[in-house]
Write a protein that binds this ligand. Structure first.
Ligand code: EPZ
Length: 432
């Protein structure tokens, strides 16, 4: 079982280059199935979610070829529409995107219910509402979502809930449907825009991505493309939180500053300095931070995927801070782990109240999901003493080479592989 061992309290310095966006590539790779020609996709991060998606596509018969470490060529013409199995689909939420892309291309899809971070209830009712509006019938049988449609016809769809996944799935299902589809109350995240730009570069006709209303006029043919994925604004935000927590001066390169706006504003408000350049931000941590309020919202509000990392910074901000999670039911599972490091946090439903302490102390802690793991890394780097972070597989799902990037900034972090104490005890008992 791998863990990070981090000796905190060190000032960091230097620069870090941000990788391609996990949540953009999680949509763009499956969307390549819609193409009638091979596609080349660049700037893909080397993370386990990407590996799983490419494995699923090649097992379905697509010709998947890594041209270099961050570039993949996908020829979907040989792909067969076989079910996406539970053991793969349960590993990530993005497996739901195979529903939209397979339906869009074959008018049929069979995908196991998606998995992903345990953040509370994560239904797919808005996805199904969208597919049905386009003419698909669905059943859920033995954990498999089955979609079939004689034909897909454009329609007007209003999402009751602002959903990134449902917006992305709706665009993919509609892109080759007959006629015009209008999606209202659409999600506006940068990765929704990136998907639309990718499909439009292949000849799709998508207008309004990034606004509340997305219009998709169905086309018959999608040509190949050579497309580069946007940088990951959540990875960039995480390194901004690292600079704040360690009170360091760090240059974060390969970013789109506009995507970081809500994160920048909150960090500046508590006392962090941020200098913006064309494709980089310089983050200068301060000696004293003041508490603030954070309420997660759909883009362009403060991103829920940065809520745990921001809370980790606020544990050492003077006074009280209040963090409201308005997207997911249960995104405070990391709080217990921060308390083990001396954080003073109380949680009531979707609100966490943080009383700032002078400093956290290193402790053994466990990542409960991807961004919770990121928050523990932020906290451990700023804490006095040594922390051990277990279950780091969560982190490696969404952050490319996290420990190397931190080591290059001067962090004292090591990945250690040690037997799982519970598993080895069971094995020892069996051996007797
Ligand atoms: C995407 O999840 C991201 N995952 C999440 O990132 C991110 O937190 C989330 O969007 C919000 O930005 C990927 O892109 C792979 P939603 P998604 O549909 O699509 C409810 C990370 O850390 N809802 O926008 O699942 C849902 O329960 C991950 O990188 C319905 O009720 O999020 C939630 O409360 C974590 N019915 C809210 O909407 C539906 O049909 C937002 O969910 C769909 C969603």
């Amino acid at each position: 079982m791998e863990k990070y061992v981090i000796k905190g309290g060190k000032k960091l310095s230097g620069e870090v280059v941000i990788s391609g966006a996990k949540n953009a590539v999680a949509a763009i790779l499956p969307a390549a199935i819609l193409s009638d020609e091979p596609c080349v996709i660049e700037n893909i991060p080397n993370i386990s979610d990407v590996t799983i998606i490419l494995q699923i596509m090649s097992e379905m018969g697509a010709n998947v070829r890594m041209l270099n470490k961050t570039t993949v060529e996908i020829d979907p013409r040989t792909l067969r529409n076989i079910p996406v199995p539970y053991e793969k689909a349960k590993l990530m939420r993005a497996s739901s995107y195979f529903l939209g892309t397979l339906l869009g291309r074959f008018h049929e899809a069979h995908v196991s219910m998606p998995g992903g971070c345990d953040l509370g209830d994560r239904p797919i009712d808005q996805h199904l509402k969208c597919f049905a509006a386009l003419g698909a019938a669905y059943t859920i049988d033995g954990g498999m979502v089955n979609l079939t449609a004689d034909r897909l016809v454009g329609n007007q769809i209003f999402f009751d809930k602002n959903s990134v996944g449902a917006t992305i799935n709706g665009i993919m299902a509609a892109v080759k449907a007959d006629g015009l589809t209008i999606i209202e109350n659409a999600a506006k995240e940068p990765h929704v825009v990136d998907l639309a730009n990718f499909l439009n570069s292949m000849g799709a006709d998508i207008l309004g991505a990034g606004t509340d209303v997305v219009k998709i006029r169905g086309v018959k043919y999608l040509r190949g493309t050579n497309y580069s994925v946007i940088p990951d604004q959540i990875e960039a935000g995480t390194f901004m939180a690292v600079a704040a927590a360690t009170r360091s001066d760090i240059l974060i390169k390969n970013v789109i500053p506009k995507h970081l706006e809500p994160i920048t504003q909150k960090l500046v408000k508590i006392g962090v300095k941020v200098e913006q350049f064309d494709d980089a931000v310089r983050v200068i941590g301060g000696d004293n931070y003041v508490g603030t309020t954070v309420k997660t919202q759909p883009h362009p509000g403060f991103p829920t995927d940065m809520q745990p990392q921001m809370a980790a910074v606020l544990t050492c901000a003077k006074g009280a801070s209040m963090v409201t999670e308005s997207i997911f039911d249960n995104r405070f599972r990391y709080v217990d782990e921060l308390r083990r490091m001396g954080a003073n946090i109380s949680v009531e439903g979707r609100v966490a109240v943080i009383e700032g302490v002078d400093s956290l102390k290193g402790a053994p802690v466990k990542a409960t999901d991807l961004r919770a793991g990121a928050a523990l890394i932020v906290a451990a780097l700023g804490a006095e003493g040594v922390s051990e972070i277990y279950d780091i597989y969560h982190v490696e799902r969404g952050y490319e080479n996290m420990e190397e990037k931190l080591r290059l900034l001067g962090a004292d972090i090591e990945k250690v592989d040690e037997p799982d104490p519970v598993a080895s005890e069971k094995k020892a008992r069996k051996a007797i």
